[in-house]
Write a protein that binds this ligand. Structure first.
Ligand code: ZN
Length: 166
């Protein structure tokens, strides 16, 4: 008998069984146990992003130290598991980074999610984000993985524009 696969609908559950095991474990760990899921009231940088296609919504706050390093990161993510896992991983990776390092990481991740070849050195810097390579097989989910990083970039741009005007 021919069994028809159910068509994808918006804001649906991601079928983790379709991901390679290695990728699945990393992403699921963050989805089940999100890191830094809290609001930072006195944040220096506030980022938000919305993915209308999936219904994902992300808010990220960064508190900086005197050298413009990331002292604290908090996030609130709503939506699908891929987006939530990506936001959790972002907050973990950003702590202690300079803003330049954060941007470099974001660029490297965007490149990876476009399927561009990545040098070993850059791939290592991506850490757990490498797990999202498994999502490249599901083009509909790529934006979900990128949303927190796109939100970060626009938040950083806003911040830079703001301090320039001071
Ligand atoms: Zn999503």
């Amino acid at each position: 008998m021919f069994i028809k696969k159910k068509p994808e609908t918006n804001r649906q559950k991601f079928d983790f069984e379709e991901l390679d095991e290695l990728y699945r474990e990393v992403i699921l760990a963050h989805y089940r146990n999100p890191q830094n899921r809290r609001q930072i009231e006195d944040a220096d940088i506030r980022c938000e992003g919305f993915n209308p296609f999936c219904g994902d919504e992300v808010f990220i706050q960064l508190k900086l130290d005197e050298q413009e390093g990331v002292a604290e990161v908090g996030h609130q993510a709503q939506g699908c598991s891929i987006c939530k896992a990506s936001a959790s991983m972002l907050t973990e990776l950003l702590k202690g980074k300079t803003l330049e390092e954060a941007e470099a990481l974001s660029r490297a991740f965007h490149r990876m999610m476009r399927g561009a070849p990545t040098s070993d050195e850059k791939a290592n810097a991506l850490g757990g984000l490498k797990a999202f390579q498994g999502v490249l097989k599901f083009p509909i989910r790529i934006q979900c993985a990128l949303l927190p990083w796109a939100a970060l970039e626009s938040g950083l741009n806003e911040y830079r524009a703001r301090i320039k005007d001071r």
